[in-house]
Design a protein around this ligand. Sequence first.
Ligand code: SAH
Length: 354
Amino acid sequence: MPHPTTADPSPSVAPIPLLGASLPELTRWVQLQGQPAYRGQQLHEWIYRHGARSLADISVFPKSWRAGLANIPVGRSLVHHRSAAPDGTVKYLLELADGCIVETVGIPSGKRLTVCVSSQVGCPMACDFCATGKGGFIRNLERHEIVDQVLTVQEDFQQRVSNIVFMGMGEPLLNTEQVLQAIQILNQDVGIGQRSMTLSTVGIPGHIRRLASHELQVTLAVSLHASNQALREQLIPSAHHYPLEALLEECRDYVQLTGRRLSFEYILLAGLNDRPGHALELASHLKGFQSHVNLIPYNPISEVDYQRPTPQQIQDFLDTLKKRHVAASVRRSRGLVADAACGQLRASQVKATG
Ligand code: SAH
């Protein structure tokens, strides 16, 4: 990316689509349209706070100007499908400008409203238990397409989004540039604290260490899912090129460089990685590690016949970790009825329509 130089102090002009542009960029853009600078502040408010989908909707703009703005793209998606679960979780399929479909989930919990955002259309990682992985990869999302997901949930719930998790479709660290920009916009322009965001990755060699240099306040979650290399390779094809030891080493460096604790995600698959021996093996790797393990009971998908362990088996796994002084908890499943496991709704819709 080119760095701004002192020879060019003027702010850059807002790119098209406008969603994703900063206040100085929007201000410069309105000025180039012959409007006073304060209209930049208004535009910023209408895009990020009121969720304007078209510039023609911005009622504080003079009518004469507004008419000519109708065709300038803001960068909002269309809600293609919406399904709500009895627990309040709402899953959306959003249609992007090029017709691609992406998933987003809104998860309410008391005063909190969490959005599970996608970073790619599909995913190239092909993890065996993941519905998104079964559908293949189409393309990376642009920053405005990530921000749009949050605004869409906020608008639908009529409630401010408090938390964001990058746990929807895709591998965020294969789209780092756009994901980092989206984090910045969600923080500075939408007003969500970085500490309320979690970025989940299956691990791409070198990328976790590189992420540390960005000095983010975001929580990093690493999808481990296995207590040894052979098991991990069985579940995650990319693990063939990334030994467990190397991944853990990078995670250790991340903690040391950032001073931040990280989370490990461990999906529990009955009979496969949920035995007491696996818990002991996992504990031995994480001894003395500043981390927290999130156990995720497997959410069944139709493409494979893994099973979810019984509540007792899940509890036993958790207890074994705790006895070994590994901080851990079980993540409650939300929105099962809304097909809310990663990639499930999109998979079922594609099947139904095609
Ligand atoms: N690529 C990133 C983020 C997307 S997946 C990553 O792998 O971390 C986000 C989380 O959803 C991961 O921890 C993943 O393992 C979990 N997940 C995917 N499919 C699941 C399923 N069928 N049941 C339960 N969790 C699942």
